[in-house]
Design a protein around this ligand. Structure first.
Ligand code: PLP
Length: 532
């Protein structure tokens, strides 16, 4: 059915109600029955595009028809991040109250540039980020700001680090200046690619980024960092920022932030901590040691981790990024940058055009002053809903359960003769691989295709020749591709010291033990009948 071409105004409210109720029912059914869908979309590249018209409709369509196309065309092209067997990358999921937050934000459609244009968003953001700061146990001098993603948060942090050095880059830029040395940024070799991209975006270039060597646990080696900084200073370069990660992307390893903070302090370098993935677990007192480098003296009260006036670990940072859209059940996107001195960002970015001038500038916080965006979405609302609905205890219970499930899965891997662990499990990410034993012609069991140095295979000894490693790489890649193609679960991978490693992340709000048992069964079955 087509509508009148010249009908003005919005959808009539009775129609909005009708479809609104239908959509809420649809989403409730979707969450209830999500397990019936293949986790990964099974469509071929380009097939959705081929099914859609090349140009926009001349006249408006009946919204019921549009919704039918959501079922028919869009749904098959969805990879279901909310599926409890989505274990790839980082398993992240929204909560229902998060969806409500998005509905309100879209209805208000405010652009939080000035306090005046959006008091609700501006003030709620301050309040909810201070709640979060307390939940994470960060000192009260930290103040937060919401960006869309960790990539953007980190880019702003590096810009702030650069601004603090008063190099006049805001006015004079970096190009064509012979008074400016190479500015250097330091992170581990396991750092997320967003740091490389931030260096590209800020005009520092990739040659400014030093990737510091890690130990066998994939953690940055502080001595190597100290050495690199000293070499750079001796060469006339200027170190501006060090970025340790708590919860790296490949393995969730934890860089030794306290030792790194000593080095930053010695050289007056900005310390930005990337905890985009694992930061949420700082709300668990028993996990706080990953962040502070010491066991909390008060494990009962999540709000008062800093019993000791002496700061340690991430408490010493200049800035910290945590992503509630990763592991705090908040729909994408919402990334939080907590800064010790948010004013540095304001010095770097505030630019008030005539049409944005208001009489209350000196008494209010205007979100546009703290970054490159002018208008900002009302993101605080969904995080406020999530924290209020679940409460700190509810959030803690869920994260705790995810970490328990990951450790349980790791224990199955450890006990299996056919699989081996590839990295420690500090949070809820398991890095492992298949290394199945096969019967040798002499009747001795040995790891798949690998000649054990002692004639008897052990799944935990380091594996043999590069050819055998090649075979294991191919085997593990095939296992992952088969499981992913089946639609039953989604795993992703990384390469650790050249070894193809399967990654299983536990983080969905809907995940239960049975989902991990299912993956474990799929993995066992994937080995049956494979002799290569
Ligand atoms: N930092 C770490 C440690 C990550 O694991 C990721 C993404 O997985 C990012 C940064 C980038 O996150 P975003 O997608 O919010 O930019």
């Amino acid at each position: 059915m087509q509508k009148q071409a010249l009908e003005l105004g919005d959808m009539p409210s009775d129609e909005f109600r009708k479809y609104g109720y239908e959509i809420v029912d649809w989403i409730a059914n979707y969450f209830e029955s999500i397990e019936q869908f293949p986790v990964l979309s099974q469509i071929e590249p380009g097939s959705l595009k081929d099914a859609l018209p090349d140009a926009a409709p001349e006249t408006g369509e009946d919204f019921g028809d549009v919704l039918k196309d959501v079922d028919k065309l869009i749904l098959p092209a969805v990879t279901h991040w909310n599926h409890p067997n989505f274990h790839g990358l980082f398993s992240t999921s929204t909560s229902s109250v998060g969806v409500f937050g998005e509905m309100f934000a879209a209805a208000f459609d405010m652009k939080a540039m000035l306090w005046r244009t959006s008091p609700a968003s501006t003030e709620l953001e301050d309040v909810v980020l201070d709640w979060l700061r307390q939940m994470l146990g960060l000192p009260d001098e930290f103040e937060g700001i919401i960006y869309d993603t960790a990539s953007v948060s980190t880019m702003h942090a590096i810009a702030a680090a650069r601004e603090r050095l008063n190099l006049r880059i805001r006015d004079d830029g970096m190009s064509g200046r012979d008074d400016l040395p190479l500015l250097c940024v330091y992170a581990s070799e396991h750092v997320h690619s967003s740091i490389d991209k931030a260096c590209i975006t800020l005009g520092l270039g990739m040659r400014s980024l030093r990737k510091i060597e890690c130990n066998e646990r994939f953690e940055m080696i502080p001595e190597k960092l100290g050495q690199a900084i000293e070499e750079d200073i001796a060469a006339g370069y200027l170190p501006i920022c060090v970025i340790p990660t708590i919860g790296t992307t490949s393995t969730s390893s934890v860089d030794p932030v306290d030792d790194i903070a000593d080095i930053c302090e010695k050289h007056g370098v900005w310390l930005h901590v990337d905890t985009a993935y694992a930061g949420s677990t700082a709300i668990l007192p028993e996990f706080r040691h990953h962040f502070t480098g010491r066991v909390s003296s008060n494990t009962n009260n999540p709000h008062s981790a800093i019993g000791n006036p002496q700061l340690s670990g991430w408490e010493r940072a200049d800035s910290i990024v945590v992503n509630p859209h990763k592991w705090l059940f908040t729909p994408f996107d919402l990334s939080v940058l907590h800064c010790r001195d948010l004013n540095v960002l304001k010095t770097a970015f505030s630019l008030v055009a005539e049409y944005l001038k208001t009489s209350d500038e000196s008494t209010v916080k205007n979100g546009m002053d703290y970054g490159i965006q002018l208008g900002r979405r009302f993101r605080a609302l969904k995080l406020w809903f999530v924290i209020r609905y679940f409460g700190v205890e509810g959030l803690q219970a869920r994260l705790r359960e995810h970490c328990r499930l990951a450790r349980l899965f790791a224990s199955w891997v450890e006990q299996s003769p056919d699989f081996e662990m590839m990295a420690p499990v500090p949070f809820a990410l398991v890095c492992f691989r298949a290394c199945p034993r096969v019967s040798s012609p002499h009747g001795v069991s040995s790891p798949h295709g690998v000649d054990s140095p002692h004639g008897v295979g052990s799944p935990h000894v380091s594996k043999g020749s590069s050819q055998s490693e090649d075979k294991l790489n191919i085997l593990n890649e095939r296992i992952m591709n088969d499981i992913n193609a089946s639609g039953d679960a989604y795993l992703s991978h990384t390469k650790l010291n050249g070894k193809f490693t399967l990654r299983l992340s536990v983080g969905s709000i809907r995940v239960e033990e049975r989902h991990l048992r299912k993956v474990w069964d799929l993995l066992q079955r994937s080995l049956v009948g494979r002799d290569e």
